[in-house]
Design a binder for this molecule. Structure first.
Ligand SMILES: Nc1ncnc2c1ncn2[C@@H]1O[C@H](COP(=O)(O)OP(=O)(O)OP(=O)(O)O)[C@@H](O)[C@H]1O
Length: 343
């Protein structure tokens, strides 16, 4: 790599400047201290028949309270592994993950049970897996409150029934209250499942492909229910999805590739001079804690980037160029003014 150009290159910092930087580093709060979900270099290795699979390979992810976000990625990229860890159903091999201050690696059995009952709510893809078939929709919603059990703050039966009714009404499933799951459509079952997941007022709502078994119109209604939980209750929602409609409607979509976060799309609603609302979306590559970023495969293949790249620091951006030196040595000349890709 050539000598970096741009701001500050080559300047030797003074002793007082170095002291100031050291003090600043000391005062820096822990990574993700203000996030609801903080995954720090999360690793999950599965061993099956003597073969190791690294499902998560040092994944960093921060999710803040009140976000409605989607996780996307190719099959096998690690999305469900991450969801199962955040749901408290699986343990990471290394790294750290905290949700609402609960450290998921260190939690004992009792805390894990409390975490699953009170801190996270979960909606699965398989509609039948979310609800008990012999209870009505309202009874399904009341059950987690009942299981949460005693203590001084415990809800009375009347309160549980009222809350179940309110949640079902908010999610437009009020008319399902007295019906068994087998008497409901797939979309109604998923909306009831969201009410069940919200029953104990969790801090985080997780959903793994919740619209995967539904047609697109029904999927849109189920997604509207997640949006309502986010907007009306301020619920933080993370949804794993292959559904482009869902991914395009959230404010933040994080892509996972090979067990790490790779890119992110952020969407903002803007109001133009004419008063019309428009949505703008920007795609970013994510920078992990060690400063690594993954360049999208279509960018690397477009420029034939392989093995290593040349970086040039500019005042407000970094240029990433293919390393052509090997080729030039073979052809015996040095080209000038190649245009590279900006990162
Ligand atoms: N219990 C397990 N034992 C062994 N390997 C596993 C286990 N669970 C997941 N894996 C492997 O870990 C990798 C990530 O799997 P994961 O289910 O998290 O992917 P995914 O992104 O959710 O995929 P999909 O979109 O197909 O559901 C895959 O290679 C998978 O085969």
């Amino acid at each position: 790599m050539g000598e970096p150009t741009g701001a500050g290159a080559g300047a030797v910092p003074s002793l007082s400047e170095l002291e100031r930087r050291a003090a600043e580093r000391r005062d820096t709060r822990a990574y993700g201290h203000d996030a609801l979900v903080a995954c720090d270099r999360l690793v999950r290795v599965f061993s099956a028949d003597g073969v190791e699979v690294q499902a998560l390979q040092g994944l960093d992810l921060l999710v803040y309270e009140g976000e409605l976000m989607a996780l996307v990625g190719a099959s096998g990229s690690g999305k469900s592994t991450l969801m199962n860890i955040l749901a408290g159903l699986d343990r990471p091999t290394a790294g750290s993950a905290t949700v609402g201050g609960f450290p998921l690696l260190q939690m004992g059995r009792k805390d894990r049970l409390r975490y699953r009952r009170e801190v996270v709510g979960f909606v699965w893809q398989q509609t039948a897996r979310n609800l008990l078939p012999f209870l009505t929709a309202a009874q399904n919603v009341a059950l987690p409150m009942q299981l949460r059990g005693g203590g001084r703050g415990a809800a009375t039966r009347g309160k549980r029934e009222r809350r179940a009714e309110e949640l079902l009404r908010m999610l437009e499933a009020g008319d399902c209250a007295d019906r068994l799951p087998g008497q409901l459509s797939g979309g109604q079952q998923q909306r009831v499942a969201i009410a069940v997941a919200l029953a104990n007022e969790p801090s985080l709502l997780l959903a793994d492909e919740p619209t995967g078994e539904l047609d697109s119109a029904t999927g849109a209604q189920v997604f509207a229910a997640f949006r309502r939980a986010n907007e009306e209750l301020g619920m933080t929602v993370m949804i794993v999805t292959h559904d482009a409609e869902v991914a395009n409607e959230v404010n933040r979509t994080v892509a996972i590739r090979d067990g790490r976060t790779s890119t992110e799309v952020l969407r903002h609603t803007e109001i133009g001079a004419d008063g019309q609302e428009s949505v703008s979306a920007h795609e970013y590559v994510t920078l992990d804690r060690a400063g690594r970023l993954q360049l999208p495969p279509d960018y690397t293949s477009a420029l034939g980037l392989r093995d290593r790249a040349m970086l040039e620091l500019e005042p407000d951006h970094i240029r990433v160029r293919p390393d052509r030196r090997g080729e030039n040595r073979e052809s015996g000349h040095t080209p000038r003014g190649e245009d590279g890709q900006e990162g």
